[in-house]
Design a protein around this ligand. Structure first.
Ligand code: ASP
Length: 541
């Protein structure tokens, strides 16, 4: 960023009136209020948020291309670039791993999925299935209808006697839940016989305790779907259950890695059209490097990139003027669409994710910033908070990227060559919030279904959750897509994804905020290290 632009910005900051950050804060509060009290109005104003998101997305690709080229060129030598790139990758991997550890500790301590079943369902389960002796051999229709009755009684509990509509809904949902429960348990019984192999060998027999544990787990999961149905529609509950049963090749770790490698080396125009940030970064980085090595012959292209870079940053400033309106509309829409009561549905799970995000975002990362970046976390927070507001309302690290670059360079004075290089990289590979969320969600699903995971499986979750976060795109709900890999790696039921989707949007907003906060802190720390290197180099000459 040139000095003239910086000066103009400072001048504009001095203008009387509310600062942009204050306006964004007000927009957040007003948006929540509108969503709660006037949901219909909030939904009809959604287009404002959509325009804002579209405007930000419009900038992502050209911004990354030019800032990467300029960043690489201003780093000077490939050696310097290698140093910064290497440090960035190591720093990002290390903080991602730290985040997964925080998530694993939180979920093991809080055990959000181990909630007991409602008393009447528990009693019915004991009476019907608990009385069988020895290994279970079948699940009769009588058992299923007992469970159905208990479910229905639970769902109508506390309902107004005259509320026929809800009572009918409860009956339908109870029927669906017991049918799905029966399918799960029958499939489980079938797993007693090894499906493949000519020997028809029997798998280890299912004991009574295992049977009850599995039944309890299946009921816990069905209860979540049924509650979604009661709060929303029967169709919404069925869709959630079906979402996770989509067919397709399983997302194994090697297939996932192969997909990532394919993303890195790709026709740049295809990468740009598909918004594949990693592919764009790699191409721009190589192009920047080559232009530097060309010397005088590369200069015209570098000058063009520099001039375009300034133009892009100016565009970002213009679009940022829309931020309060965009944030207001996006938040109002989300609140109106989800409703508050849905948040209570998986309260303990949500609390667990939020506590872990808090510990990582408000304790661990600020300590790193203080020690490694030698900056006051509070001051840094106030310098970059508009980017955090945008991350929270858009749930997209990539869409927030233009704003993150702007606040990092302008407000927090992170050297442009560092933030231009490490922020796009961070927005795609550094997702601390997503990493800890993946670990918590996987263990939560295991707890709900009553599946015990030993240390080995937890280590596998640690590795796959980190990988899934690195590979997740910076767009809304990307974490739930890569989650499939984590669940498949340890053999957890994919239907668990349906459970967590019910409350995903709110958690996505919060984890994206921590993702962007982690990127910004990373840029500040790496910027400090670069400045130290430069200081040392100057001192020695
Ligand atoms: N929405 C997140 C992001 O853009 C990714 C995720 O779904 O966790 O950073």
């Amino acid at each position: 960023m040139t000095e003239t632009v910086q000066n103009k910005e400072k001048e504009s900051e001095k203008k009387p009136g509310l600062s942009l950050t204050t306006q964004i804060g007000i927009a957040l509060v007003l948006g929540i209020a509108l969503g709660v009290w006037f949901p219909d109005v909030a939904i009809s104003f959604r287009f404002v948020g959509e325009i804002f998101m579209a405007a930000l997305k419009m900038l992502i690709v050209p911004l990354i291309v030019v800032t990467m080229i300029v960043g690489v060129a201003s780093l000077g030598t490939p050696k310097e670039l290698g140093r910064l790139g290497g440090r960035a990758v190591i720093y990002y991997f290390a903080t991602t791993a730290l985040a997964v550890v925080v998530g694993l500790i939180a979920v093991n301590l809080m055990k959000p999925g181990e909630a007991p079943l409602p008393a009447n369902i528990q009693t019915s389960l004991q009476k019907t299935l608990g009385s069988q002796k020895g290994s279970p051999t079948s699940l009769s229709m009588k058992h299923v209808s007992q469970i159905q009755k208990a479910f229905e009684a639970h769902l109508v509990d506390g309902l107004d006697k005259k509320d026929d509509k809800k009572r009918k809904k409860a009956a339908v949902l109870a029927q669906q839940a017991s049918a799905s429960f029966a399918v799960t348990l029958r499939t489980y019984l079938k797993s007693q016989v090894a499906p493949k192999g000519k020997t028809k060998e029997k798998a280890a027999p299912i004991t009574q305790a295992m049977w009850m544990q599995r039944a309890t787990g299946a009921l816990r999961a069905e209860l979540v779907f049924a509650r979604v149905g009661m709060r929303q529609t029967v169709k919404a509950a069925a869709e959630l259950r079906a979402r996770s049963q989509r067919k397709g090749p399983p997302l194994t770790v090697d297939r996932f890695l192969y997909m990532q490698i394919k993303k890195i080396l790709m026709n740049p125009f295809e990468a740009m059209a598909k918004g594949n940030v990693l592919g764009i970064i790699v191409f721009s980085l190589l192009l920047g490097l080559v232009l530097v090595t060309l010397g005088a012959r590369g200069r015209p292209a570098l000058d063009l990139a520099e001039s375009l870079n300034e133009a892009m940053m100016k565009l970002v400033e213009w679009i940022m003027l829309l931020t309060p309106y965009g944030v207001f509309s996006l938040i109002a829409y989300q609140v109106a669409r989800s409703g508050w009561d849905i948040l209570l549905l998986l309260g303990k799970y949500m609390l667990c994710v939020l506590v872990a995000l808090f510990v990582h975002g408000f304790i661990i990362l600020p300590i790193l910033l203080l020690i490694l970046g030698r900056r006051s976390p509070l001051q840094f927070f106030s310098q970059v908070r508009s980017a955090l507001g945008v991350a929270f309302s858009t749930s997209s690290s990539s869409a927030t990227l233009p704003v993150s670059m702007e606040v990092s360079e302008h407000n927090a004075q992170v050297p442009a060559k560092v933030s231009g290089f490490v922020l796009p990289l961070g927005a795609t590979i550094n997702m601390d919030g997503t990493a800890l969320y993946e670990a918590i969600a996987a263990l939560f699903i295991a707890q709900i279904y009553g599946i015990d995971l030993g240390l080995g499986a937890q280590i596998l979750i640690f590795m796959t959750a980190a990988l899934a976060a690195i590979g997740a795109a910076g767009i809304p709900s990307a974490g739930t897509v890569t989650m499939v890999m984590v669940l498949s790696a340890v053999g957890l039921p994919l239907s668990g994804i349906g459970l967590i989707l019910a409350v995903d949007r709110v958690l996505d907003m919060c984890r994206t905020t921590v993702n962007v906060w982690g990127d910004l802190i990373g840029a500040a720390i790496l910027g400090r290290w670069e400045q130290d290197e430069e200081g040392q180099a100057e001192a020695s000459t």
